[in-house]
Every structure is written in structure tokens, then in C-alpha cells.
Unconditional design. Structure first.
Lengths: 209, 209
DNA sequence: TCGCCTATAGGGGTAAGCCCCTGTTCGGCG
DNA sequence: CGCCGAACAGGGGCTTACCCCTATAGGCGA
């Protein structure tokens, strides 16, 4: 199996190469340090698989994926996510990637992902599958809201460091209702306390850090 | 030369290990996936050198450096910066690090840095030296009330949604001490609860949103 | 040497958050 | 129409956070 590696950090490329070359049937046929190089190499060399980091100079992993799938659709693509988040999961799949692996779990999941790609199957980590399923269930597979407007309103106020009592006063509700909306939002998001809601609110742009 | 590696991404650890073990006189004696683990390993194993990523869960590389230098001052520390930024350079040196290497240049600079540390010398990349000079020139009087290193550690852990009990376990402290540090930090910053601390921690770059 | 700050730890209390329930009202939708 | 989900409200219980207070040990500078 001929594989192409693309990441802007040499250290990461070395780590990937080490991991892959322990497999007797995998051959790393090239490395790229940015997305444009990755695309050019993939189109020219037609590897069985291209492993692309999300964040790269010139072209992101997702942009490179789109171009590779257009010019060389038989090249499978696995996306490596830099961060421990899955916010690019949908875009990656939409761009034509066969799998999405978080870098933190790369050593354990990457080989499983490669084997899945070898069989022509898609691969998602359990976390990614959960995220995907949750999103599909909760927002009907399009860009709608996960939370109801009321819940989002209350999450925003929580993240602005208002107490339940203050929120109840602002919204003319009972404290109990506020608690219920907050609890429902937390349950939907899989969160345990207000602290996690703050980070969610910031990621969603509900408030400024 | 006995070396400890700490990074929350297994792939990066593998890459570092590969790079280091090509050197006949370097032995990687351990890997850590977060700052607390790195500190514990460094204190227990007393390596000649600990290579720490800046951004790690539980304790940042800088926080881990402070604790290592306090409990095992003979352990040299090299800071690896995740991104191509140098905003933590000054704090890294203040914390007791012997060097500061950007990950993008890690394969070329890291060995030079290690050799410098071996000779007991500090190491800065030319870019880092330039940044440092600029920082020293620009830094006059900030005036804000600063948190102690301990307080900052606890603020980070609070903002990562750890409970008092969990923080006490990670830092090997009583819950009461954690409460006191948290309260002192909140008093200094004029904040009333953990929610406000989260936004502070994100603004300060202690955690990602 | 004397203070001051930091880090550590605890006592004791109030307030708040979080979690498990039940229930009503209202509007939309198959 | 009958069902479902959203919004509303509450009971009761347990945990946690937050706020006073005291106290010791160590380091460091005036």
C-alpha cells in the first residue's frame, strides 16, 4: 500500500513515518509540508492513500482533499485533526475524505483507519461517530440549531457569569425553569457543569472570551 | 543522556523518539501525555533533560517546568512550542527552561538545543533571541495584579472543568488548599465564580476555548 | 531580625449548582 | 384528532462552590 504523508511539522511526519513503516505492507512514497505540495504529489504519484493534516500552509487539508478528489478521485484521503476537536468533521466528509482521526489518538486509531480504507470502507473514530450521530439526531443533518433558542439564550447568560437567580429575573422566569433549560442544554451537549458551557459558548461565538 | 518526552499527541512523541534515538548517546527514558504526568516522571526518574510541549492538559509545559525546577532542579528543561509563536518565550525562561524551540524547526534545531543543554548552556533559536530582545525592550510596567504560579495552575484546572476534588488529586493537595488558591485568584482578579475564571483563562491562553 | 507573601491546611456556614422526578400549557404535524 | 417537543414550573436531595475565619512553615527582602 502506497501512502503519502502531509503535515507542516517535520516531527509529526517522522512520527507518522515511523508508525507506518512498522507495517510490512505499507510504503511511504512521499512527504509534503504544505497542502499544495500534498495535492501535487498525490496527483502525480497516485498513492493508495493520502494522510493530510487539517492545518497546513497554502492549502488546508480540506482544501487539498477537494482538489485531490477532483483530479485523482481514486486516491483515498484520511484527515488528521490537529486539535482535539471535531469541528471539521462534516467538512472533511463533504470534501470526500474517507476518515477523520484525532491526532491525540493517532497512534491507536490511524492503523485501524488505514485498514478500513484498504477495504474500501470509511473510518470514523468512536468519538467522531458519536459526534456525527448526535448531530444527525439533534439537528436533522443540516445547519440547524442543536439547542432550542431558549436554551441557547440561557447558555449565553450562564456563560456571561449570571447566576440562576439573575437569569430568572432578566428573562422573567422562575429559577426552576432556568435550571431546567440549563440542564437540558447540558444534557444535549454532554456537559457536566457551567464551566464547560462557557467554553461552548465561546466556541459558538455566543460570547467573547 | 537520559531524556523525557512530554506531548499530548502520541504522534509527536513518536517523532521525537525517532529523532532522538538516532543519536547513540541519547536514551528516551519515558513519555508523558500531560503536564502532571511529565512532572511526576521527571521528579521520579530524574532525567538529564525533559522536553515539554507548551500546551498540554492538566499542567502547561510552563507550569510543569516550574514544578520540575522546584522539586528536581538538576533536570534541564527544553520547551517545544506547538505553534509558530513565541509568546511564551519570556515566561518559559522565567520558569527555568534552558531552551525554547519551535516545533516547525524541531528537526533541525532540537538536536542543537540538546547539545547546548548537554554543555550546560542555554539555547535559543535566532528567532527566539530576536523576540526576547524585543520583549525586554517593550516590557516596562504592567501594573495589573498578577497571579502566583500556583494560582495560575489552579485557574487553568478550574477552567478545564475540573472540580476542586479533582484538582486536589492532580496536584497532590488538600481540597481546602485548592479552594484557597482559587479564592485568592478570584479576589485578585475581581471575579466572583468559576465561570469568570474560564474566560480569563482563555484570554490568557492558559486553555483553548 | 522582622515583617510580608506564598503555600499549605482546616472549621464552619450559606448559597448555588446539579440531578432525579412530576406536571401543565401550547403549537405544530402526521 | 392525538402525539410530540418546547416552554414553563415545582419537589426533594445531594454535592459543590463560595465566603468568612485561623494557623503553620518557608523564603526573601528591608
Amino acid at each position: 500500500m502506497r501512502v503519502l504523508i502531509a503535515d507542516d511539522h517535520g516531527i509529526v511526519r517522522s512520527g507518522l513515518r515511523l508508525l507506518l513503516e512498522r507495517q510490512p505492507d505499507i510504503e511511504v512514497i512521499g512527504e509534503a509540508a504544505d497542502g499544495a505540495e500534498a495535492r501535487d504529489l498525490a496527483v502525480r504519484e497516485r498513492p493508495d492513500l493520502a494522510i493530510l493534516d487539517v492545518k497546513m500552509p497554502k492549502l488546508t487539508g480540506l482544501q487539498a482533499t477537494r482538489e485531490i478528489k477532483k483530479q485523482a478521485p481514486e486516491v483515498a484521503v484520511l484527515i488528521l485533526s490537529m486539535h482535539d476537536d471535531e469541528r471539521y468533521l462534516f467538512e472533511a466528509l463533504k470534501a470526500g475524505a474517507s476518515g477523520y482521526v484525532l491526532k491525540a489518538q493517532a497512534d491507536t486509531d490511524l492503523l485501524a483507519a488505514i485498514r478500513a480504507v484498504e477495504r474500501g470502507e470509511p473510518f470514523l473514530t468512536p468519538e467522531a461517530q458519536r459526534t456525527l450521530i448526535k448531530d444527525v439526531l439533534e439537528r436533522g443533518s443540516s445547519g440547524e440549531e442543536e439547542l432550542t433558542p431558549r436554551e441557547e439564550e440561557i447558555v449565553k447568560l450562564v456563560a456571561e457569569a449570571n447566576t440562576t437567580k439573575q437569569i430568572a429575573e432578566v428573562l422573567h422566569l422562575s429559577e426552576k425553569t432556568v435550571e431546567n433549560h440549563r440542564a437540558n442544554a447540558m444534557r444535549k451537549l454532554g456537559m457536566r457543569d457551567r464551566v464547560e458551557l462557557v467554553r461552548y459558548a465561546i466556541r459558538r461565538g455566543l460570547i467573547e472570551p
